[in-house]
Each structure stands twice: as C-alpha cells, then as structure tokens.
Design a protein around this ligand. Sequence first.
Ligand code: COA
Length: 159
Amino acid sequence: MEALYVIRRAKLEDVEKVMEINKKELPENYSSDFFYEMLSNYGDFFFVAELKGDIVGYVMSRVETSFSFSSSPPFFLRGHVVSLAVSSSFRRMKIGSSLMQTTHEEMKKHGIREVYLEVRVDNAPAISLYKKLGYSIVKRIPYYYADGTDAYMMSMKLF
Ligand SMILES: CC(C)(COP(=O)(O)OP(=O)(O)OC[C@H]1O[C@@H](n2cnc3c(N)ncnc32)[C@H](O)[C@@H]1OP(=O)(O)O)[C@@H](O)C(=O)NCCC(=O)NCCS
C-alpha cells in the first residue's frame, strides 16, 4: 500500500527541516538566509511533501524574466527550479515527481511558459525523473558545481 503524503506550500516553520534535508541529500547547500529569501520572494513556488506530519521532501524555484527576439511579446517568464530533494528513506514513491508537477501547475497559473534547471551530469536518478516529466537536455555547462562537476541544463515548455 502506498504511504499517503501531501504536497503543500512551505511555511516559515518548515524551513529548518527543509535545510536539514538539503544538507543531508545534496552537495549544494545554501545559507539559511537564502532559504528564507526564497520563501519570502517566491513562496508560491516553494513546496514541501509532508508524510505523517514530517517533512520528507521539498522543491524551491524562482521566476526569471527572459528576452527573445523570436517571441512576441519579446519578454517572457521562465521558471528556474533551484533545488529539489526527497529524504532517502522516502524515495521511489513519486514524491519527487509530485513536487515537480505541483511546481509546473503553479508556474502555468502564473503564465510561465518554460521551466529549466541544472543537474549534475552523473545524477542518473534526477536526470531520469526530469526526462520522464518531459524535460530535455539543452546544454552541458562545464565546471558548473564547486567540485568541478559539469551540469546539464534541462528545460521544458509548460504551454
Ligand atoms: C532525484 C530525487 C528527487 C527523486 O525523488 P523520488 O521521489 O525518489 O522520485 P520519484 O519516485 O518521483 O521517481 C520518478 C522517476 O524518476 C526516476 N528515478 C527516481 N529515482 C531513481 C533512481 N534511483 N534510479 C533510476 N531512476 C530513478 C524513475 O524513472 C522514477 O520512476 P519509477 O519509480 O516509476 O521508475 C531523489 O532521488 C533525491 O532527492 N535525490 C537526491 C537529491 C537530488 O539529486 N536532487 C536533484 C538535484 S538536480
């Protein structure tokens, strides 16, 4: 039987737990100010997965304005998924997928046409998840991460 989790917007009191998951599950860690700023500036796109009262995953994204000569109007909004993680004991339950899908739905409501992210080239689980959701690799960014690992930039049209 699948355990029941809910995806909901992050609240101020969730941030400590989100930071804990981030430290444990990802090599890219940020200052606590960064998490609070993300919540305050882009709270519509900051989601957590809650299972039996515990936070077991999160995703946070921001919104950026992009310019393109070939689009009309030339300015459009792009979503940038900044960080996604699910606690290791709760993986393969579609929590990562649900966090991402909820983010995409929210972005669409805000008129965001395209979403992108960076992922380590050796992070097979995440790359597979993103491909399943419809993302494709746009380019490889050499030495993107602090330890010298390259990133793939992956993106997807939302509508
Ligand atoms: C990547 C991550 C968020 C996936 O979360 P999750 O909740 O386990 O993912 P889901 O259950 O939604 O998986 C959906 C699909 O992604 C792929 N996938 C997920 N984990 C995988 C793994 N370990 N190996 C291969 N494919 C995997 C599969 O296609 C999976 O579908 P399936 O279970 O039907 O085969 C999780 O592994 C994680 O937190 N990793 C550490 C942090 C991280 O790498 N974040 C992303 C940084 S860019």
